[in-house]
Design a protein around this ligand. Sequence first.
Ligand SMILES: *Cc1c(COP(=O)(O)O)cnc(C)c1O
Length: 355
Amino acid sequence: MSRVFNFGAGPSTIPLEVLEEAQENLVDYKGEGMSIMEASHRSKMFDDVHMEALALIRELYEVPEDFEILFMQGGASMQFALVPLNLMQTGVAQYVDSGVWSQKAIKEAKILKINYEVVALSYDNIPEILNLNDKADYVHITSNNTIYGTQYREFPKTKAPLVIDASSDIFSYEVDWSKIDLMYAGAQKNAGPSGVTIVIIKKDLLNRFSDNTPSMFRYKTYADNNSLYNTPPTFGIYMLNLTMKWIKKQGGIKALQKANEKKAKLLYDAIDNSEGFYIGYAKKDSRSLMNVSFNIKDSGLESEFINLATKSGLIGLKGHRSVGGIRASIYNAMSFEGVKTLVEVMEKFASEKSS
Ligand SMILES: *Cc1c(COP(=O)(O)O)cnc(C)c1O
């Protein structure tokens, strides 16, 4: 078997052990005579998986008891609309525009005609919010900007509820829950396959929806029914559970954070030590540990670089269509060896082109 190193931004690489365990149990789940995909979402067989996934998230991510953990569908993109539908009162919502995904969140606020304002804007670094409104209905930020490759080191301290789109860095470092009121993330970057959306919400925010909000659009519906109001994405939740077990086996989130810092350092050092051959996009103090976006000084060489990388078994390195260049996504499941191989190819390419 030959597996590539997949640097794609999402869906993205999944730990081999997780895939192998799923494969082993795909047709006959632990002697039940059927696949977990075929089991009723009301069965004990599935319930064990569902409850274990919730418990592991709470344990490993240290989610306090005053938060609910919900499994939803529709991706982070649906959360862009559900956040205002569930949290908006008569005040204002404040948004930080730190890139393409923030803009998509803002777009939904606009469609819903809520009262919102953009309170900070920057793409190559994490902007500071200067006019935080303590009375705002919520403040929305994107913890990791998947396309530009910037990431918060520390979340802003807000009096208003802080809402975080953590789609591309959930479970990759320890978070300070005292600052957070709602976090959401699609699973397909750091937590398994696409199809499940994880929402972690403070209980005191569950009753803010208005009466004309449809049941499936209310966080409360999911919270009241243990995310089993309707059929949840059962196979995705199973894969999420396996991913959480894998995280535990790695030593938990703190251990992954260390590993992520080490991987990112190796790659950023290669960029910084290339004598200007490679140019990082993000300002140094805002660099993402998850998505490393960079250019080759002579941009005409980028497609040749990507071809060489592909030949070396490194795929998914082409930058997002909106910014171009090169992007290496180095989520939890990307190994140190994968990053090391990428750095070797970068060094070889630079020395060939510079001589
Ligand atoms: C990938 C991504 C999204 C989009 O997620 P979907 O699950 O495709 O809706 C939103 N926000 C961020 C930060 C992302 O990285």
